[in-house]
Design a protein around this ligand. Structure first.
Ligand code: SAM
Length: 387
């Protein structure tokens, strides 16, 4: 059986090969910090079985070893999550995929002596990587989960790492230890808290996954100037869990009853079977129609197969699209916002702009305003982030 050091070396090699890790200093951190120490157990779903299963070293040793040293995100805590206005149970903490963590740490451009604040301590693994690189006195990490912080503190101390750990709501940052050279958030936010800008030195960086709704958005690297944070989105993908804060909880609202008799009907040339799979386009739609947009398929009552693709938003707007014999789409839509027509307009803009990817978009955050822009901060193409 491989030792953990052999497994850590294999993980390091995998991340280097995948282009997610390059700097010798972060490679050394991955080699020296035992991830298994921070993830003694994790939850997984199993095909055809309800609920979450706990995988532990004692019950499923080989699987645990393999997955802990694989480039996988592992769910480490289950709790109440807002879901459709009802309280449901789901992941509330995880050890993010190591390749995502190392990619973010490299994007942060950390230099010796810098002070870093992490929002989202979770298991403490990322805090350990930071402490390995920067020393205890330069690393600050907070989490809203008191139990998570205490477990992380204990695990870090067992490896002789002693960064400053605090139980707090990350929305306020950690003013008592500011200023920081870098802030890294490992939970997603719909808007960047201005407190983070105030706690970052001029020229410092904030790296955060901005998600205007669950899985709608991406990582953005922001530089602190005198009165703003500004910077570009990252071309890669990141899917952090949303920050847990009452004011950030998002509910899709009532599912509207889709009664075609009361809908506008028109034909569309836009054929997008799964618009939610086009990340940038879906993001632009959410910037144009604020609030969470739900999606799915309804059944064809005659064939039992897929009948119509539908979208709906919290304000009661909905659309349904089926395919006509000539290949065009048949649209029904109703409610305050014509969702499909808005998608058509957004798609036309996106196509005319050359189908820009994430890296052509950026975000500027000031004390009073947050807006996304295309190509440069002064661009006429700007969208306010929904409040
Ligand atoms: C992906 S996990 C963090 C992983 C962690 N960096 C690690 O290395 O294990 C996201 C964390 O964000 C935390 N979180 C969620 N909402 C928060 C909030 N309002 N303030 C601070 N932390 C929050 C969660 O409790 C969770 O532990």
């Amino acid at each position: 059986m491989d030792s953990w050091r052999q497994r850590a070396r294999a993980l390091r090699d995998e991340l280097v090969t995948a282009g997610k890790l390059s700097s010798p200093a972060w490679q050394q951190a991955v080699l020296d910090v035992p991830r298994h120490h921070f993830v003694p157990a994790y939850y997984q779903r199993r095909p055809d079985e309800p609920g979450w299963h706990l995988v532990t070293a004692s019950e499923d040793r080989e699987r645990w070893w393999e997955q802990v040293y694989a480039n996988l995100s592992l769910v480490t805590e289950i709790g109440a999550v807002p879901d459709g206005g009802r309280d449901a149970t789901g992941p509330v903490s995880s050890s993010s995929a190591p390749g995502l963590m190392t990619r973010m740490l490299e994007m942060l451009d950390v230099q010796p002596g810098m002070r870093v604040l992490e929002i989202g301590t979770g298991t403490g693994y990322n805090a350990a990587l930071l402490a390995h690189r920067l020393g205890d006195s330069n690393v600050f990490s907070l989490d809203v989960g008191a139990g998570l912080v205490e477990s992380a503190r204990q695990r870090l101390a067992e490896l002789d790492y002693h960064p400053t750990l605090v139980t707090a709501d990350g929305i306020a940052g950690l003013p008592e230890h500011a200023p920081y050279d870098r802030i890294i958030a490992t939970c997603a936010v719909p808007r960047v808290p201005w407190a983070w800008a105030e706690q970052t030195r001029y020229g410092g960086l904030v790296l955060v996954d901005v998600k205007v709704s669950a899985v709608v958005g991406n990582l953005v690297l922001l530089r602190r100037d005198a009165d703003q944070l500004t910077g570009q989105f990252d071309g890669g993908a990141a899917t952090f869990m949303q920050m847990r804060t009452p004011t950030f909880a998002q509910h899709p609202g009532q599912k509207p009853e889709r009664d075609r008799r009361h809908a506008q009907r028109h034909v569309t040339g836009l054929r997008l079977e799964r618009p939610w799979e086009h990340g940038v386009l879906w993001f632009l739609l959410h910037l144009t129609v604020p609030g969470r947009i739900e999606f799915g398929y309804s059944q064809d009552p005659d064939t039992g197969g897929i009948g119509a693709m539908y979208l709906y938003s919290r304000d009661g707007s909905w659309c349904e699209v089926t395919t006509n014999a000539d290949g065009t789409g048949q649209v029904w839509e109703a409610g305050p916002r014509p969702l499909w027509q808005t998608l058509e307009q957004v798609q036309q803009f996106w196509a005319e702009a050359g189908q820009p990817g994430w890296e052509r978009f950026g975000l500027t955050v000031t004390a009073n305003d947050q807006h996304v822009w295309l190509d440069n901060p002064d661009s006429p193409h700007r969208w306010p982030l929904p409040a």
